[in-house]
Design a protein around this ligand. Structure first.
Ligand code: ZN
Length: 374
């Protein structure tokens, strides 16, 4: 019989336990679905059954453990990460008794990542790479929960910060910046330290012990002088929506924190310093420009549209995620991806080492990571 057809039947035996034909076959040959053997007993049986038995080892090669929520798979004793023997067969030193029967879920962190600290001493590096390529359990549940929380917030709280950010009329890059600020993901020294990228949390500009978002955008002396020059307190206290009879305060506010971050980076990464008055001028120019565009945006339909060959930008207000996974002959896989906006501008990207896996796994990791970023 055709090998592909036999594989399909073999796969059906494993994946469709409730199908009538599977139930009939399994009961005819006295097999329990939950304990499908490594070798099908084919001493007796139909021609088709024997043929499936012949390719059974190939079918088993195509099967991967699904660790689900990780509560039913034993970390050391089940073949969830390895092909032939369980991880227990590869330990470098005896596993403490209290850990021997742990399920996979118990060796992850609250954030849904592998808790390497708990098993790093017992396994060789090449097994780390295999485990790294497997998505830890429960991550999906957490993601769905946070998605629901977010969507609930988006729907129920129209006046929320997010709603304000997305409805703000201005360049997408400022809107995205505001979103990053709101997510508390601005790569300040504190944030870099938290991600294990930077070694210290102090502000490189003023020496303050901690540079968090508020410090970088409000309290650092350079930023403070700019705010004072803009008379932000006066305008906030009086709840004035117009600034100097022309500027819209919300616009000025968003542009100000966006430019403060820009000049902070210029200072830190390129050694460029700028005076308070120049930064204020820069902020006012940008604000004025945005307001002029806003005023004319809906009047003039004749707007230049950038055409991409091979990649088509999504329409406003959508973003597009592109991902890719690669797989080397050594087994090492990696994935990368990026999100672009309706202008084709780069918003955020990622590149990651996955570990040892398959090309499909790399593609799926890329897609998954991309969705997490989105
Ligand atoms: Zn500072």
């Amino acid at each position: 019989m055709n090998e592909a057809l036999l594989m399909k039947i073999g796969w059906g035996l494993i994946s469709s336990p409730n199908s009538l034909w599977v139930k009939v076959l399994l009961s005819k040959y006295g097999l329990d679905h939950t304990l499908l053997p490594n070798v099908l007993p084919t001493k007796y049986g139909s021609y088709m059954w024997k043929a499936v038995g012949g390719i059974w080892p190939e079918v088993l090669k195509g099967i991967k453990w699904d660790i689900g929520n990780g509560n039913k798979v034993r970390f050391w004793w089940d073949n969830w990460a390895t092909e032939d023997d369980p991880l227990h067969a590869f330990t470098l030193q005896p596993i403490p008794l209290e850990q021997v029967d742990e399920c996979v879920a118990r060796l992850t962190t609250d954030e849904g990542a592998w808790n390497w600290r708990l098993f790093a001493n017992f396994l060789h590096h090449h097994l780390f790479l295999k485990i790294a390529a497997i998505k830890p359990p429960n991550v999906n549940v957490r993601m769905i929960k946070s998605y629901l929380a977010l969507s609930k917030m988006m729907v129920n709280d129209e006046d929320s910060f997010w709603s304000f950010v997305w409805h703000w009329r201005g360049p997408q890059r400022i809107r995205t910046f505001m979103w990053v600020v709101g997510q508390n993901r601005l790569k300040t020294k504190v944030e870099l330290f938290r991600r294990h990228i930077g070694a210290d949390m102090s502000c490189a500009r003023c020496g303050c012990f901690i540079e968090n978002t508020l410090h970088a955008l409000r309290d650092c002396p350079g930023a403070k002088h700019v705010w004072l020059a803009l008379d932000w307190m006066l305008y906030n206290l009086k709840n004035l929506w117009k600034y100097e009879g022309f500027f819209d305060w919300t616009c000025l506010f968003e542009v100000t924190i966006w430019r403060l971050w820009f000049w902070r980076n210029q200072n830190l990464h390129n050694g460029v310093t700028n005076s308070t008055s120049n930064i204020v001028m820069d902020i006012k120019c940008h604000t004025e420009e945005i307001q002029k565009i806003n005023q004319s945006f809906f009047v003039h339909a004749d707007i230049k549209v950038e055409k991409h060959f091979g990649w088509v930008a999504p329409s406003w207000p959508w973003f597009k995620l592109n991902t890719d996974g690669t797989h080397k002959s050594s087994g090492l896989s990696n994935a990368r991806g990026l999100i672009r906006n309706c202008h084709g501008e780069w918003i955020i990207g990622f590149g990651m080492n996955i570990g040892v896996g398959f090309i499909t796994g790399a593609e799926i990791w890329g897609f998954y990571q991309g969705l997490c970023l989105a």
